[in-house]
Design a protein around this ligand. Structure first.
Ligand SMILES: [Zn+2]
Ligand SMILES: [Zn+2]
Length: 295
């Protein structure tokens, strides 16, 4: 028998594997701070809205607020359902053989916290209660459903926080006016490549700026997955397939091996290729390597 979720071997008559049990436990444990993050994202949204709208539509929740509240109420429904199942089906006492010393063992009865749910329970209080019953749930015939519903609902909250419309840090302005460098910090709206400096009014193409900064990162090497993630964090979509393709075609030379055992590439080399690619220029290997290859 193997785990219905990921096919790993099962132990101790459990219905899902130890890794899945741990994932479910971690999902419940992360909830408290995730819900706080969700609150922060929501309050940031409402601060952006006019305090008193002159139009009727200003009172309607934003799509993001709707998405967030749907994710939160779905999560609570899932937690309540599994907490009910535990309190209905799990015996409130159980017996365990305890090793007292080398020669003696004794059977002790343990009592479980079976406080029934009240309407005052929050998702956090239910999830911390459920954390005492994760191992029991992993042995329940519906364990795979518990796993997919609980982990799914928590990941849904994570995704909702991730898509919170927000501003992205770009860096110091740095435009020089009358010999003085502007030190204002630039922010761009997520999804936009424009940033206007609040102090000097210079408009920047944040994407070009970011690529320029990255093309100076000559000492940092990352594997394709990490590269793709770090470029995405700076608002630049870069497929891991494209990186590997560039490596296959010898435009990118490997710099080493990551701790995961994957080939790494220098950030500056990758940023330069993106710049060439996006301006329709011919891709070439990093100049230093061209020389080395010619020798
Ligand atoms: Zn599993
Ligand atoms: Zn400025």
């Amino acid at each position: 028998m193997s785990c219905p979720v990921d096919g790993k071997p099962l132990h101790n008559n459990a219905v899902i594997c130890g890794d899945c049990e741990q994932t479910m436990d971690r999902a419940l444990g992360d909830l408290g701070s995730l819900l706080e993050d969700l609150d922060t994202a929501l309050s940031r949204q409402s601060r952006k809205r006019p305090a008193r709208g002159n139009h009727e539509r200003d009172d309607k929740p934003l799509p993001y607020e709707l998405g967030a509240s749907n994710a939160a109420s779905n999560l609570k429904a899932v937690l309540v359902a599994w907490a009910r199942l535990v309190s209905d089906e799990r015996p409130s006492t159980y017996e365990r053989v305890i090793i007292v010393d080398d020669e003696t063992t004794e059977v002790r009865t343990f009592h479980l916290d079976h406080t029934p749910l009240t309407c005052k329970d929050t998702s956090e209080s239910i999830s911390s209660w459920l954390m005492h019953h994760v191992t029991w749930l992993a042995h329940h015939e519906a364990a795979a459903d518990a796993y997919s519903e609980i982990v799914g609902a928590v990941n849904n909250i994570r995704r909702t926080i991730d898509i919170a419309p927000d501003t992205r840090y770009v860096g110091p302005c740095g435009s020089v006016l009358d010999g003085i460098e502007c030190t204002e910090t630039l922010y761009a709206l997520e999804g936009s490549d424009d940033a206007t400096c609040r102090t000097c009014g210079t408009r920047w193409d944040t994407r070009a700026r970011t690529l320029q900064t990255l093309s100076r990162a000559l000492t940092v090497a990352q594997d394709a997955t990490t590269l793709s993630r770090s470029f995405a964090l700076r608002g630049i979509a870069l497929d891991t397939k494209r990186i590997r393709n560039w490596a296959d075609r010898k435009y990118l030379a490997g710099a080493g091996t990551s701790h995961r055992g994957h080939r790494t590439y220098i950030i500056a080399h990758v940023a330069r290729l993106i710049q060439l690619y996006e301006t329709g220029q011919k891709l070439t290997p990093w100049p230093a390597e061209q020389k080395a290859a010619a020798v």
